[in-house]
Design a binder for this molecule. Structure first.
Ligand SMILES: Cc1cc2nc3c(=O)[nH]c(=O)nc-3n(C[C@H](O)[C@H](O)[C@H](O)COP(=O)(O)O)c2cc1C
Length: 171
């Protein structure tokens, strides 16, 4: 599928088919798309936890709404590895790096017929405690993955995209 077509076809999935697991080779391809994503100075600070055991999925669902996705990727960055901006004290690229890794995986999933949901509605401290993350590993988002139920459809909000004239201007 042409990329723009794929980008338009994607929507946030909130109706996963719990009983339809993701094939291992497809999951590998999704993770590979994240591996080759760009990151600041190519430092690759991402750390991805694949949550797919019953116990891990249950823990994730206690932290946020995961809509019964059979796989949830907990996408973090390593504060010891991340690029720090010498021109701006206190700034690091961790959230951006994790986000572009996640975006690459989200679109690879879509290409493979697997739907996704980007989730940030959680408390980072509770996520770190629950999954016993080391102090230097900072959670950014969860990417829920799975096949859609036959009845799945985009939310009305999905169609409500602003025109370019609202968000783009020349300077
Ligand atoms: C940074 C970010 C955080 C989000 N967090 C959540 C979330 O916690 N729960 C949820 O159901 N959707 C979440 N979403 C999905 C958005 O609500 C969704 O992308 C938006 O409403 C547009 O709908 P669409 O993805 O179907 O086009 C998040 C998306 C982004 C980019």
């Amino acid at each position: 599928m042409e990329f723009l077509e794929l980008a338009k076809a994607r929507y946030s999935e909130r109706s996963f088919e719990k009983s339809h697991p993701i094939e291992e080779e497809k999951l590998s391809k999704i993770l590979e798309a994240g591996r080759v994503a760009p990151t600041a100075c190519n430092l690759q600070p991402q750390k991805i936890y694949v949550l797919k055991s019953e116990d891990s999925l249950w823990k994730a669902a206690k932290l946020t709404h995961t809509y019964e996705a059979p796989v949830v990727l907990l996408i973090c960055y390593d504060e010891n590895v991340v690029w720090k901006n010498a021109r701006e004290e206190g700034y690091n690229s961790g959230e951006q790096d994790a986000s572009i890794v996640a975006s690459s995986m989200m679109f690879e999933a879509e290409e493979l017929g697997i739907h996704s949901l980007w989730i940030r509605g959680f408390n980072s401290k509770l996520v770190s405690e629950t999954f016993e993350l080391p102090e230097n590993i900072k959670p950014v988002l969860m990417l829920a993955l799975g096949y859609p139920k036959a009845t799945s459809e985009p939310s009305p909000r999905h169609l409500d995209k602003k025109p370019l004239s609202d968000t783009v201007e020349e300077r």
